[in-house]
Ligand binder design. Sequence first.
Ligand code: NAD
Ligand code: TYD
Length: 379
Amino acid sequence: MVAVKKPLRIGFIDRIAIKNKRSMEKIRTVLVTGGCGFIGANFIHLVNETRPDWRIVNLDLLTYAGNLSNLHGIEEGARYRFVKGDIADAALVDGLFEQENIDTVVHFAAESHVDRSIVGPAEFIRTNIFGTFTLLEAARKAWLADSAEAADPRFLHVSTDEVFGSLGDSGFFNETTAYDPRSPYSASKASSDHLASAYFHTYGLPVLITNCSNNYGPYQFPEKLIPLIFNNARTGRSLPVYGDGKNIRDWLYVNDHCQAIIAVIDKGTVGRSYNIGGNNEKTNLEVVSLICDILDEKLGLLPNGAVRRSLITFVADRLGHDRRYAIDSSRLKTEIGWQPSVTFGQGIALTIDWYLTNQQWLDTVIDGSYQQYYERMYG
Ligand code: NAD
Ligand code: TYD
């Protein structure tokens, strides 16, 4: 007997669900700041693959941390435009809101490395605080004026768990934890969070803030722990571990962070902040040792027959080094339904494979200025 297909009937409840889904997942023109950096580039790749309904304008100054080759395969065209420029340039930013009809901002651009903030804090104050202020002002003018046309806009400010300071042996940061930043980097990010929050409370700007733990994955600049250790361990150089190596970070694979950001834009409540973490605490020594073991397995032992763990060198501690970060992401999980998709073991394996197959990328970013930075830091 031939089965008779029932006509597809969409009931009232289904119609509401579809309407809600559409309004949550609306067509957007997204100003991504810092899209040529580590997380911004991963975010643009993810949007390109999963959100054909979003158009991206990427504003990036291409500092030492920004690299156009991070966006290999993303073509300029109807869905993507790159603009080289400074988030603190008010005329440029105002012009972009107007010309491009920006209705969504995902604000990554920042000076992001704690060690650099200790050596030279001024650029952190300028970019992270004044740059964020400039973007908030532009959004306020574009979205809240009487003549404003942007429907259902969103300003997502990407921030860090470092604003909460340092934990003892127990406890977690949640969204009500008091801010207690302790490095020039985290103090500048805390300040930008406060500005973003103030623009929601004072003007009603539709701000969302995310505070994420340490990321790792493709395209991370080798000043940060994981790619720096990978690069040195691969080539048999010493592996600098600060202090006793027992500081703890909560590591999250970068793609999971980017998925969380998309979910917060779609489903987050404006005016709220969301903590994002991997529930994945490791001491620095555990992370460094794991990278050594994976490379020994994949590449064989060092030419002298030693294991790579023998390269570990304890060096002077970072000034004001935060001891432990750990994130409670239950708000994000319960309100928005986000979960990390990979374990640390899976994520680190993916990351090391990526760095091994993209050796040319690493060689390109380790140019003259990186060598100078490395000499100054590690001598
Ligand atoms: P990154 O240093 O790799 O990239 C920063 C990008 O911003 C670069 O492309 C750089 O060229 C650009 N930029 C810097 N100053 C600019 C300016 N004045 N105008 C325009 N562009 C400018 O940083 P990242 O690791 O990708 O971090 C992105 C954001 O995420 C930052 O706001 C950081 O505080 C936050 N965050 C990072 C982590 C992490 O583990 N890396 C964790 C939580 C939050
Ligand atoms: P980092 O990747 O700089 O991220 P953050 O300071 O934002 O947490 O550093 C991660 C941890 O690794 C931090 O505790 C400092 C430590 N670290 C080292 O021990 N050696 C290094 O060479 C670097 C860059 C970091």
